[in-house]
Design a protein around this ligand. Sequence first.
Ligand SMILES: C[S@@+](CC[C@H](N)C(=O)[O-])C[C@H]1O[C@@H](n2cnc3c(N)ncnc32)[C@H](O)[C@@H]1O
Length: 387
Amino acid sequence: MATKKNARSGFYFFHRPQLDNPSTKHAPRGAPIPVLAGSASIGVEMAIHPDDEMYQFAFQRLGSVSLARRQYARQGLRIATTFGRIAEWCFPGAHAPTVLDFASGHGRATRFLAAHLGAERVWASDIKDDAVSFCQSTIGVGGFTSTARPEDLEVVPRFDLIVVSSLFSHLPRHLFHGWLARLAALLEPGGVLAFSVHGSEMVDPSLMPADGYLFVAESESRVLNADLYGTAYVTTGFVTGAVQAAFGSAIHMRCLPKGLCGAQDLYVVSRDPARRVEALPLLAEPVGYVDVCVLTPGGHLHVTGWAGTHDPGDQLQWVTLELDGVRIASSSAQLHRPDVSAVLGNPALERSGFDVRIGIHPPFTGDRLLEAKARTLRGAEDVLLVD
Ligand SMILES: C[S@@+](CC[C@H](N)C(=O)[O-])C[C@H]1O[C@@H](n2cnc3c(N)ncnc32)[C@H](O)[C@@H]1O
């Protein structure tokens, strides 16, 4: 699947990595794009390191520098927004927490965290030395280079909040346990760890071992050893056991399915009940796909697909189409899509289809950017995916 120019319509679609599209039996999803308070005016550093694998991955999928940069920034902002909300919820009041962005890469999310929380409160760490140096010199955060083995990481400062986006989703079993324990030891008393994983529903159930942990020695990285950095899928039971082994049994934990970018399950853990992690008010992101996009010779745009939410307490409000950033149509999504509800195992998605037809006047030449977005009643918003 790729996000590319739709040959029939002449549009470029902007979309995120695929989730679970029933039409293709793949595993896709979506997410809201909340904006960090004031981030637009703060002036976020947007220099991208040439070896940044998160950017390279986006470019590989999208085939366009401008779309890849936009995708990169949007994902970074979404990750930082989620972690920023955790910081604000768990550490309210005057005392802003110190935050470690562990496995930061070249700072895709770190730059937004720094803009939001203050660079002096944020640290970056990665196994890639150049990634840490880049975060330090370009974003202005603190930093230290990590190690392949958790036990080799020497004493570093402790942190109120440690956030880990998309590392545990790649770790072999012994490192999954090892890094949980090492990061637990890096927390200040009363500290909070937030990390993401690939949920077990992303793989065929017949492949998932009884203990709830599956590792495949493959990843997007061209530089990291696939036996130490592959792709891991885990059940909530496995994560709960691993967290208890690392933190002890007196823990407070919240699992937010698809809580990070609508793609990875998010776990938030603390030993301190005052952090109220169980009550975190994070929104589940909408999910959906554009299945058809056609521009007729007569200048009519026809877009169909599906959109909905997995949050039982929320509901889809609308789907909108934006052409070069300008809203040109909006629609509800209530057409019958039994295929969607069957594949995703969610009866609420049975009425998730949309079908929008709109005249485009005057007709245009050249490439245009079309975005299809979904928004829920509770305010979660995301760009829909395209096959
Ligand atoms: C999928 S990337 C995510 C990067 C970043 N968190 C983001 O979301 O943009 C995973 C990162 O984990 C880093 N990593 C792998 N093993 C690590 C280790 N032992 N310690 C710290 N970082 C590690 C990789 O170098 C890579 O930058």
